[in-house]
Write a new protein. Structure first.
Length: 306
């Protein structure tokens, strides 16, 4: 607005000086005139009024935005306080529609615990058990850490093999793996059945049929026990988790390694990054991954088509 005023003032001075020249010429010819900046002044008044109205509208919009944010946070807090469910899918059916960290109560009488719920992807209702996004958490860990879980539920984390086993013992679940490479290209893999056994059988993996656009890099691991750098349960001569720097359901050794080192993008080392072979191969470490589960048949039960 200051620039407009300065421009108009300059114009006014110019017209005034021009007017004085004209006045002198008219006086010499015997006529007089009083050129003024009244038109410019009126234009400036109009612009000032328009600006005042715009500022008022901006203040109204800003107030409404803050109100929406307050209501959203209040609703999220209320949902967290009142929602009850054995997993995120049940919370969704009970009215929770915002993604975030919630407390779930297992159906087998175990103590409640917190999980991150994805309430937007493919109809919502997903319970996350793994997330990589920025390399802020060290995933090259031992058996006990993977047993109990680690990280930040709002960021990078592994929920814990004991809890994943507990969840998948509540019923039949499907698995979705969302991934994004270092350039922003996204893909997903979906399996129509997912479960892991208890620690007694080393959290053995069971998965079903694949669909998606990332390619099937988990089917190779079906039936394998979980391995970490300090507990080798693979079928290879050496410890795959130690060699390729990632705890996983290694076989001989892997076609996926989502708990590998966070190299972010292309890396010279072979197969020790956050790799999904059929998506970006063994020398591209993914930027972002999420592993999440939901009860089979959730879509039909929730009324979401697909």
């Amino acid at each position: 607005m200051f620039c407009i005023k300065l421009l108009l003032a300059s114009f006014c001075l110019w017209t005034s000086s021009t007017g004085h020249v004209i006045q002198r010429r008219q006086a010499a010819n015997g006529s007089t005139s009083q050129p003024q900046c009244s038109l410019v002044d009126r234009l400036l008044d109009v612009l000032q009024n328009d600006l005042s109205r715009l500022e008022g509208k901006y203040d109204d919009l800003l107030e409404k935005y803050h109100r929406i944010v307050e209501i959203s946070f209040a609703k999220l807090s209320l949902d967290k306080e009142n929602a009850v469910g054995k997993d995120c899918a049940e919370l969704y059916k009970n009215g929770v529609k915002l993604s975030g960290v919630y407390t779930i109560t297992p159906s087998n009488g175990q103590s409640p615990f917190d999980v991150y719920c994805d309430m937007t992807t493919d109809g919502g209702g997903w319970t996350l058990f793994q997330k990589r996004m920025d390399g802020s958490v060290d995933f090259f860990r031992g058996w006990e850490d993977y047993k109990h879980g680690f990280g930040n539920l709002n960021g990078e984390h592994w929920l814990g093999n004991d809890l994943i086993n507990l969840l998948t013992n509540q019923g039949r679940y499907e698995l979705r793996v969302d991934m994004e490479d270092a350039t922003g290209v996204k893909a997903y893999a979906r399996y129509d059945n997912f479960a892991i056994s208890s620690e007694r059988t080393n959290y053995q993996l069971t998965i079903g049929g694949y669909s998606g656009d990332a390619g099937d890099s988990l089917g190779y691991h079906n039936g394998m026990a979980f391995s970490t750098k300090d507990k080798d349960n693979d079928s290879y001569d050496s410890n795959c988790a130690q060699t390729y720097k990632g705890a996983w359901w290694h076989k001989s050794c892997h076609e996926s390694n989502l708990n590998g080192l966070y190299h972010l993008g292309e890396h010279a080392s072979f197969a020790d990054g956050v790799n999904w072979k059929t998506f970006k191969g063994y020398n591209h470490s993914l930027k972002r991954t999420e592993m999440k589960i939901r009860p089979i048949g959730f879509k039909a039960a929730s009324g979401v088509s697909g």
